[in-house]
Design a protein around this ligand. Structure first.
Ligand SMILES: [Fe+2]
Length: 245
């Protein structure tokens, strides 16, 4: 069976609009494991309304989720990151350790509102880069400006921003436009990594198998492994930035 890393999911219980309880977390872990997911980066929202748990609380929840994962398979790994909704205060809060990076590395995953303008998105990404972080743009297929004009996502990619896409968009669950857009991204080898963006056990469950099978068939096994495992694995292993001590 293939092994995948889910780099974007809301698996921590009771911290955002993802898993509501430990019971739901456990069910999501089981679904993920059965899909072939062997490592998950829990990315709770840092968002004014959807959740902004303090890092200390998130780390405590991580410990619980790690134990639950080990009950399924002792090699089932869970790491901690965040899905950061961009705001002007984000660079400073990252520096102060009030917002989490991906597995305490130098990468941060950032999201915007779907209807935000290209200039706002571009400037937000630049601000975080200038603060010294590598940026991952969460679910790039969700931003209207990028989907409507492919050269704009090329511009962002040329800035050195890593592009994350959701499995549901590969399989067509997010509509035809999103599906075409993620295909175009894969055709151009512009995708850094894939995540389930799971929130629950039903309509937004941690599924990756079907999307991976599609990518393997259409783009080959090496490419599938690159965006479903290898790039995320390399990120998890990267050395901590100096500023984190
Ligand atoms: Fe998310």
């Amino acid at each position: 069976m293939e092994r995948y890393i889910d780099m974007h999911c809301h698996i921590l219980p009771g911290v955002d609009d993802g898993a509501a309880s430990m019971e739901e977390t456990e069910k999501m872990l089981r679904i993920a494991y059965d899909e072939g997911i062997r490592c998950m980066i829990a990315t709770p929202h840092y968002h004014p309304r959807r959740g902004h748990g303090h890092p200390d609380i998130l780390r405590k929840k991580l410990t619980l989720v790690r134990k639950a994962a080990q009950n399924i398979d002792e090699k089932f790994r869970i790491y901690l990151g965040a899905e950061i909704y961009f705001g002007q205060d984000v660079p400073e809060k990252l520096r102060q350790g009030e917002i989490l990076t991906m597995n305490r590395r130098n990468q941060v995953m950032v999201e915007f509102s779907p209807a935000d303008s290209f200039n706002y998105i571009k400037q937000g990404l630049q601000q975080i880069q200038m603060a010294g972080y590598e940026v991952i743009l969460a679910h790039a297929e969700r931003y209207f400006c990028l989907v409507d004009k492919f050269e704009l996502v090329e511009h962002i990619w040329n800035m050195g921003v890593n592009i994350q896409i959701n499995t549901g968009s590969i399989t067509g669950d997010s509509g035809r436009k999103a599906r075409q857009f993620v295909k175009d991204l894969m055709d151009q080898d512009m995708v850094f990594g894939v995540g389930s963006d799971a929130h629950n056990t039903e309509n937004r469950a941690p599924r990756m198998g079907k999307a991976a099978a599609y990518v393997k068939k259409k783009y080959g096994e090496a490419y599938m492994k690159k965006i479903f495992f290898n790039n995320s694995a390399a990120m998890l292993r990267k050395i901590k930035s100096e500023s984190e001590g």
